[in-house]
Design a binder for this molecule. Structure first.
Ligand SMILES: Cc1cc2nc3c(=O)[nH]c(=O)nc-3n(C[C@H](O)[C@H](O)[C@H](O)COP(=O)(O)OP(=O)(O)OC[C@H]3O[C@@H](n4cnc5c(N)ncnc54)[C@H](O)[C@@H]3O)c2cc1C
Length: 436
């Protein structure tokens, strides 16, 4: 028996329910269950098991990858309660809560989660894939700060993953391959205010901007997490006049100000580069942290490929405008994030995240339905010398088994494959990045 809301292909609302933020190759399930309780998830899993239906899970759909054809889709957007324990600095977060909801529940206590650049992303799937956030260099991956996980395994049982060291290890970094998480307990941090925002430079008039940012990242303390996005802005009136029609490097800064002269650190960067075209940097309440990257919130079709790098090679940096600039075959956004700091340290309770020695993450992303793997691989080719792995969260689109293996340390990948067989012996669950 199925409980919770239920759709089949001819039920009104089917399309709204199956679609999410990512519109490329959407799910086409035979059944959708809109879970409102963990018991709804249990019943959906048992129903799928009895009828031999493949299961997929969707929250806000930012990380949608492998589409489900037939089968049963569990949507979690209604399972979205957030409960903050201010004294213990933790939050109990249900599977469908977005970071915005977690941030809003935490802010009245002067606390903040390890959320990322876009607050509309769902906290649980982000964390299952690692979670590289605005305070990453200071506190590490979001998944390093998970205390408890409630999960429905493929036998329909509701379990406490922390009681099973293998399951707890695999869920933290191995993505949605081992069960349907209904909630998790995460750490919160006493960070009410960030010093952050973006500095926008025109690459035509400030060609040294990427190199200057690279040099600056080598000087900053762990309380500074920063990134740069390189992208052509269209020449349309919706874009601020100063950026319209230009090839822009947007330096994105997120600084935890405690004990630091954050404005002085940013001045060092401005000093090296001159005045930006647009400058949004200043003190902002954590609840407005989405303004730092200021990413578009409109659902779209897109794909991306990622490389984790031990260094940022100056020659490869210089190749970005040539290979991914306005002359490229398709629009490309190259995003580079500065890693290191606490991201390099293993957490107290180990998890499946590897490649912790990576110093930068580089992603190339393009809008559209097409398979752009060849275009993206050409842009990533100059970085191959320093590439040591890939991030699951920043790989939007299907990966081959070998490509997926590269997201993990080899021994960890072997262990994840083995655990897949243990927790999903009949291969019922299809994650966005399936471990086969
Ligand atoms: C604009 C944008 C900004 C982003 N910024 C960041 C960032 O700063 N840092 C970062 O690390 N990542 C970032 N990401 C990547 C993001 O964290 C992943 O794509 C994540 O998977 C998105 O979760 P979702 O709920 O939005 O996506 P969904 O597509 O709903 O879920 C993604 C996958 O997670 C699995 N899943 C979902 N819910 C469950 C569950 N309850 N139990 C088991 N498995 C489940 C499923 O396999 C599903 O296909 C960003 C993505 C976008 C599009």
């Amino acid at each position: 028996m199925i409980t919770g809301k239920h759709w089949t292909t001819d039920t009104p609302g089917y399309d709204e329910e199956r679609l999410g933020f990512q519109r490329r190759e959407p799910h086409r399930p035979a059944h959708i269950v809109g879970a409102t309780t963990p018991e709804d998830v249990q019943r959906a899993v048992r129903y799928a098991g009895e009828h031999g239906l493949t299961i997929a899970v969707k929250a806000s759909g930012h990380g949608h990858g492998t589409p489900l054809d037939g089968g049963l889709l569990i949507t979690t957007t209604r399972l979205n309660r957030v409960t903050v324990d201010a004294q213990n600095r933790t939050a109990w977060v249900q599977a469908g809560a977005t970071w915005q909801q977690v941030i809003e529940a935490s802010a009245p206590h002067g606390l903040a989660p390890l959320s990322g650049s876009f607050p509309g992303v769902t906290a649980v799937p982000y964390t299952l894939g690692g979670g590289l956030g605005l305070m990453a260099r200071r506190y590490g991956f979001a998944t390093d700060h998970v205390r408890r996980i409630e999960v429905v395994t493929l036998d329909g049982e509701l379990r406490k993953a922390e009681d099973d060291p293998d399951l707890f290890w695999a869920l933290r970094g191995g993505g949605g391959n081992f069960g349907i998480v209904t909630a998790m307990e995460i750490d919160l941090f006493p960070v009410p205010i960030l010093h952050g925002g973006s500095l926008y430079y025109d690459l035509a008039t400030t060609p040294g901007v990427l190199q200057a940012w690279r040099d600056w990242t080598r000087t900053v303390p762990d309380s500074v997490t920063s990134a740069v996005a390189v992208l052509p802005f269209p020449n349309i009136k919706q874009i601020p006049a100063a950026l319209r029609g230009k090839y822009i490097a947007q330096i994105q800064l997120s600084i935890i100000p405690d004990g630091l002269d954050a404005p002085a650190l940013v001045s060092n960067l401005r000093g090296a580069l001159g005045e930006p075209l647009v400058d949004t940097v200043g003190d902002l309440p954590f609840s407005e942290s989405g303004r730092i990257f200021d990413e578009p919130g409109r659902p779209d079709a897109f794909s991306s490929r990622n490389a984790l790098l031990s260094d940022l090679d100056p020659e490869a940096l210089a190749s970005i405008p040539k290979l991914a600039g306005p002359g490229a075959a398709v629009m490309c956004v190259v995003g580079i994030r500065h890693l290191g700091g606490a991201l390099s340290q293993k957490p107290a309770v180990e998890n499946a995240i590897g490649h912790r020695d990576a110093q930068y993450s580089l992603t190339v992303l393009s809008p559209g339905e097409d398979d752009l793997r060849a275009v993206h691989d050409e842009i990533l080719a100059p970085w191959s010398k320093d590439a040591i792995g890939r991030s699951l969260n920043f790989s939007m689109g299907p990966l081959t088994d070998d490509e997926l293996r590269y997201a993990f340390e080899p021994a960890d990948h072997d262990r994840l494959r083995w655990l897949r067989g243990v927790y999903d012996p009949h291969g019922l669950l299809q994650a966005n990045h399936p471990i086969n």
